[in-house]
Ligand binder design. Structure first.
Ligand code: HEM
Length: 342
């Protein structure tokens, strides 16, 4: 069991608990969560075993081989990681992915009626499934982090049932719908830039910076929004209380005042990590460290396992606007190398 209640994580976590936040108490859980997630990813268990062991020509959890064609089910990687952490049985993953796919456009503005109904179905389905999942964990808690949260909140009465479900749902959904785009965008960008793959093979220490540059240049979450709580002035533009402000994170990531030659993909860029892809301030992404680790290990494992991977077609983008990723990306895998470092 991971006893996160005893850890003194707040003293070494880079941000303190925001005192202004109405959910101040709950943020302790988030911070614990974050620390434990990173610990699990970096120190724990075989990571992405399906990827490190896959043999081209065979079907397994993340590749489907039919009629001579191989389909890489990229979304299986992040859902496996976050699902393990949150105690989701493997057999439930396809349902969660389906709900996620239906619900993803909920972040967008201006949905058609048909999309709205799909989103509604996805969210209601996800919520119903999640309530059952939490009940199941409460009846027989496992080693996973979500069981720990339930036990902790039961003992300390710190989270209501509704808050617990909202927390679990947010972490689960945020944990796979975004990271899958980091992996897909990264694979595509690197296949388009074989010179970077050569550099990375000679200098693998550049992988963390490469992930930052991918996040900067093709941000998995393109936008966020805030409602002004009072009249204010943002860099000379007046904003009235109650007005909605859309923040184009992906645009800020290409600010020429911050990034030299901002449209260039440069894995050695000094300040690549200055992007806003995880937003900023009080709502800064709580899964950022996990996402970075998943991106680095996932991309590196993929390219070390399949050094001859090549694009086999144009692929198609997801039709969401806030989330940016690929819905399909045809790739010829080529040979599989046996020993990979991760
Ligand atoms: C590449 C992957 C990811 C990207 C690009 C990303 C991006 C973001 C962004 C932009 C926000 C802030 C939204 C805002 O400003 O309103 C956010 C919030 C959040 N993210 Fe992530 N995220 C990623 C992965 C994850 C993962 C893996 C988890 C969970 C383990 C996660 C959990 C959360 C949570 C709980 C929040 C809400 C924080 C709050 O409102 O205070 N994210 N994320």
């Amino acid at each position: 069991m991971y006893d996160f209640r005893g850890l003194n994580v707040l003293s070494n976590f880079p941000v303190g608990i925001p005192e202004w936040h109405p959910l101040q108490d709950k943020f302790v859980y988030f911070f614990y969560t974050e620390q434990i997630l990173v610990f699990l990813v970096l120190k724990n268990i075989p990571f992405y075993p399906d990827l490190t062991q896959h043999q081209p020509g065979h079907s397994d959890a993340i590749f489907q081989h039919t009629k001579g064609r191989e389909q890489f089910l990229l979304q299986q990687l992040p859902v496996a990681v976050i699902g393990d952490i949150l105690g989701v049985p493997d057999s439930d993953r396809p349902r969660i992915l389906h709900f996620g796919e239906l619900g993803a456009p909920s972040l967008d503005i201006g949905l058609t009626w048909k999309q709205y109904l799909q989103v509604h179905d996805g969210i209601v389905g996800f919520d119903t499934w999640l309530a059952g999942h939490l009940q199941q964990l409460r009846r027989s808690p496992g080693d996973d982090l979500m069981s720990q949260l339930i036990v902790a909140s039961d003992e300390g009465a710190r989270l209501s049932e509704r808050e617990l479900q909202a927390t679990a749902g947010l972490v689960l959904a945020a944990g796979f719908e975004t990271t899958v785009n980091l992996l897909g965008n990264g694979i595509r960008m690197l296949l388009d830039a074989p010179q970077h793959l050569e550099t990375l093979s000679a200098r693998p220490e550049l992988w963390p910076n490469t992930v930052e540059e991918i996040l900067r240049l093709d941000s998995p979450v393109q936008m966020s929004a805030r409602v002004a709580r009072k009249d204010l002035d943002v860099a000379g533009t007046p904003v009235k209380r109650g007005e909605l402000v859309i923040l184009h994170l992906a645009g800020a990531n290409r600010d020429p005042n911050v990034f030299t030659d901002p449209h260039r993909f440069d894995i050695e860029r000094d300040n690549a990590g200055k992007h806003l892809s995880f937003s900023g301030g009080r709502h800064f992404c709580l899964g950022a460290a996990l996402a970075r680790a998943e991106g680095e290990v996932g991309l590196r494992t993929f390219f070390e396992r399949f050094p001859d991977a090549r694009l086999a077609g144009d692929g198609s983008r997801r039709d969401t606007r806030v989330l940016r990723g690929w819905s399909s990306l045809p790739i010829t895998l080529g040979r599989a190398r046996t020993a990979v470092s991760s």
